[in-house]
Write a protein of this length. Sequence first.
Length: 457
Amino acid sequence: MAKTYDVAVIGGGATGTGIARDAALRGLKTILIEKKDFSAGTTGACGGMIHGGSRYLLFDVETTRLSCIDSGYIQNIASNLIFRIPFLIPIMKDDKYGIEKWEAFLKVYDKFQKYKSGKGHTRLTKEEALRLEPGLSHDIVGALSMDEWGIDVFRLTVLNALSAREAGADIRNHTEVAGFIKTGQRVKGIRVKDKISGKTEDIEARIVVNAAGPWVTKIAKMAGASVKLRPSRGVQIVFERRISNLGMTITAIDGRPLYFIPHEHTTILGTTDDDYFGDPDNLPIYNDDIEYLLTSAQRVFPEIRKYRRMRAMAGLRPSLFEWGKVEEDVSREFEIFDHEKDGASGFITIAGGKLAMYRLMAEKTTDLVCKKLKIKAKCTTHTTPLPGAEENLDTISLSEKFKLPFYVVKRLLFKYGTRAIDILNMIKKDVYQVSITCNCEAITEAELRYCIRNEWA
Ligand SMILES: Cc1cc2nc3c(=O)[nH]c(=O)nc-3n(C[C@H](O)[C@H](O)[C@H](O)COP(=O)(O)OP(=O)(O)OC[C@H]3O[C@@H](n4cnc5c(N)ncnc54)[C@H](O)[C@@H]3O)c2cc1C
């Protein structure tokens, strides 16, 4: 007889993998379904910052507060995956906000820094700022610092899925939810299609959770329910290498804030923020988006066009519906919809939110699942380390022990934490597996084999 799950989660982004982990750790029989690879949606196209979103202080203080608190938890459970991003806010004479206004604003943001191990801001003279960031325009009048954190989003979703699997969950990627099994108004499960074999299958579940990011509207419709979003398209440019020493917040041509984010060996310049009501599977990137970003950045960082652009990426923010606001003022709050009220009992949608509070969103959603199933089990995802993050290993001693270059070991420890030892042992057994398959990132053959064998790659 087919297995009946307590909960089937749709969507392998940060939110869905976070819910699958939380549910499995609470002892629920869980299955996670993702139609592509983990992080294939908005999560994989985001800026990767687990920040409070200082600008949300202007209209959405609670989002800043909750994001900062959850960022603190995420830093503890994923300690190997995070990196500090000290930001500089260079101020130009004719910027929308002068240095005094910016500083007043940062004094408020400083109050939230304690939640995410962040430092308070510092005011810098023009000379000090230019010494730190020589690529800046000499027309700046001064600068301010701001402390943020980044994370490897691709590893984050995989590790959430891995943790869920180790707690008993079934995890399927390249499997698409194509329909719902319903009796009257009661959702009894989902119909899925394996995108590799083409086989369809019915999966029974007592509760189905829709965590499909910008696809939640489409999925809800399949179940006979409805969710309204205000989706917004964000485009970012990825430069081949780090083009600045620090992260930077700059003012765009239309007064909006843009950012440079040093991310691993690359720099990300973003982002646009435009209403988009088209197909989330066919997100366009226009030359116009690229020109807007470059023209805006050039004013503060004049040589920007000389650096090699590796690619551009587009993501769709699954923001909650709001009427009468410009895109960037739309709230980043999240909401959990219990569709019992609109014709689909046993079906829940989570929408909105941010990467920086994905864990909290997962906790609140799983709380509702447990309530509906009358199961009393507490969330532990704020204290239980993700696989590999249980302890921090020393790069130098491991590179000596395994006779491997420092940078190869460092990268493995960053991505895999303590589980890097498994990859290092593969290399020890078969020295050919140390061959580098990607020069940009020093990816070894052993790592590729490990991901294929253990992590659904
Ligand atoms: C340009 C940009 C930059 C951003 N930067 C940041 C940032 O720095 N920090 C921050 O906190 N937030 C940031 N955000 C917001 C953040 O990225 C999102 O809030 C978050 O990643 C959403 O994750 P999710 O899991 O809800 O959705 P997604 O990541 O989109 O996951 C949904 C998943 O559902 C899957 N799916 C869809 N349909 C089906 C189906 N039928 N069957 C099975 N699976 C399906 C998709 O393939 C997808 O993987 C940014 C957003 C954008 C657009």
